[in-house]
Design a protein around this ligand. Structure first.
Ligand SMILES: *Cc1c(COP(=O)(O)O)cnc(C)c1O
Length: 430
């Protein structure tokens, strides 16, 4: 397969943009080699600048659940653009999107629109601290909440090494207010609340983790978090930037039946445009300025184009829900991939919720970062490139989830499983 144009484009970009990319996960650092440069996308396909067509299982890292360039979403953006792209003044479309969000996620009684998931989690933490008058935040190793300084500690795929903090430029002072625990560890969380009952402003987590690969919460873990935060007047924040409208229309909180105090949304809620949201109980959110005293603002917040794309996407998901279809073809893909590996004698763990999943090259189930970290990254990289050579575009890290869209067909799934099967059967199995 010819990828010459992409290779040249990457060389050029590296002279201009740090590492050649505007977000590190795109650089293929975990698997080596040169990233594809994209010319266009349509439905379940990506087309690179060399003219190759790929079945896309990244979907812009989550947003494109309806497939790329959905005609009705594109139409909503174009019609809106012709009336002006930003006003710095309120529009009715913002209330329309807020209504759609609140109807989908009832624990969000009020919602504020922002432009990225990072802004959403940063703002939610600020509100939680402002409301409680406390400093400490608990997060879980391997969960990623955007590149917020205080949360850039043990942050999963983007910064896959452990250590506090994860990045130069994050001060020890900032990271010292962050307590990092292992995901699914009920005893650890009990211990912290026993030791510091009045210090914890918030507990933030991905209610299904996507950012160390797909890792499911246990019901006791979520229930323990809900009980302890309630008892100690801490704010429980579900970061559903990835899981919102993905694992179900109402997000992971609908699937697991646990109501957080605050929720962050991103990715799907913006329909492929820069839009995210945070919200929660009115008694908390009414502390946000100008209703209250906690400052948060944005020149492009609630941008008309982004709001139109997000609202159209949610309307389509609400009125013609793809979730049953997604479950069916995602289960087929999951079963096919793990069977193909098993038939070749290769130990893997396929972990999935609905249309997000990860094939871990790991002997044992993955429940937290230490177990994820035991995965075989070299085997993953070989698998990734083998599928790429068969026109299948998988997430370029063992510690990312793949996403199926409503446009993937049973033929796409079969082709993907066949490609994986032929890779595994050519692989040494020990
Ligand atoms: C992607 C992601 C973020 C960050 O969102 P950006 O829009 O990239 O800033 C935060 N939390 C979770 C769970 C995510 O998956």
């Amino acid at each position: 397969m010819n990828r010459e144009h992409s290779i040249r484009a990457f060389q050029r970009a590296r002279q201009l943009i740090p590492g050649g990319v505007n977000s590190p996960a795109r650089a293929f650092g975990a698997v080596g080699g040169s990233p594809l440069f994209i010319e266009r996308a349509e439905a379940q396909y990506l087309f690179d600048i060399d003219g190759n067509r790929y079945i896309d299982y990244i979907g812009s890292w989550g947003p494109m659940i309806l497939g790329h360039a959905h005609p009705q979403v594109v139409d909503a953006i174009c019609r809106t653009a012709s009336r002006g792209t930003s006003f710095g003044a309120p529009t009715e479309m913002e209330s329309h999107l807020a209504e759609l969000i609140i109807a989908a996620v009832p624990s969000m009684e009020r919602v504020r629109l922002v432009s990225s998931g990072t802004e959403a989690t940063m703002s939610a933490i600020r509100v939680a601290r402002g409301v409680t008058g406390r400093d400490k935040v608990i997060k879980f190793s391997g969960c990623y909440h955007g590149h917020v300084d205080s949360l850039l500690v043990a942050a999963g795929s983007a910064a896959a090494t452990l250590g506090v903090p994860d990045s130069p430029g994050v001060t020890l002072g900032t990271s010292q207010d962050t307590i990092v625990l292992n995901y699914n560890d009920c005893d650890a969380i009990r211990h912290v609340f026993d030791e510091q009952p009045n210090a914890i402003a918030a507990v933030i987590l991905e209610p299904v983790v996507g950012n160390m690969g797909t890792v499911l919460p246990t019901q006791p873990f979520l229930r323990t978090l809900r009980e302890l935060t309630h008892k100690h007047n801490s704010v429980l924040i579900f970061d559903e930037v990835m899981t919102g409208f993905r694992v179900a229309y109402g997000g992971a909180q609908a699937v697991w039946g646990i109501e957080p105090d605050m929720t962050t949304l991103g990715k799907i809620v913006g329909g492929g445009m820069p839009l995210a949201a945070y919200g929660g109980r009115a008694s908390i959110m009414d502390n946000v300025m100008p209703a209250g005293k906690v400052y948060q603002a944005g020149t492009l917040s609630g941008n008309p184009l982004a709001t139109a794309a997000g609202a159209k996407t949610l309307e389509l998901l609400r009125d013609d829900p793809p979730y049953d279809y997604l479950e069916t073809i995602s289960a087929q893909l999951a079963n096919g991939l793990s069977q193909a590996a098993a038939d070749a004698g290769i130990r893997t763990q396929l972990q999935r919720v609905g249309s997000m999943m990860t094939l871990f090259f790991n002997d044992n189930p993955v429940s937290d970062w230490p177990s994820a970290d035991r995965s075989d990254r070299k085997r993953f990289a070989a698998y990734f490139w083998s599928l790429m050579d068969k026109n299948i575009y998988m997430p370029c890290s063992q510690f990312e989830a793949l996403f199926v869209s409503a446009k993937h067909t049973p033929e796409d799934i079969r082709h993907t499983i066949d490609a994986a099967r032929s890779h595994f059967s050519s692989m040494p199995n020990h």
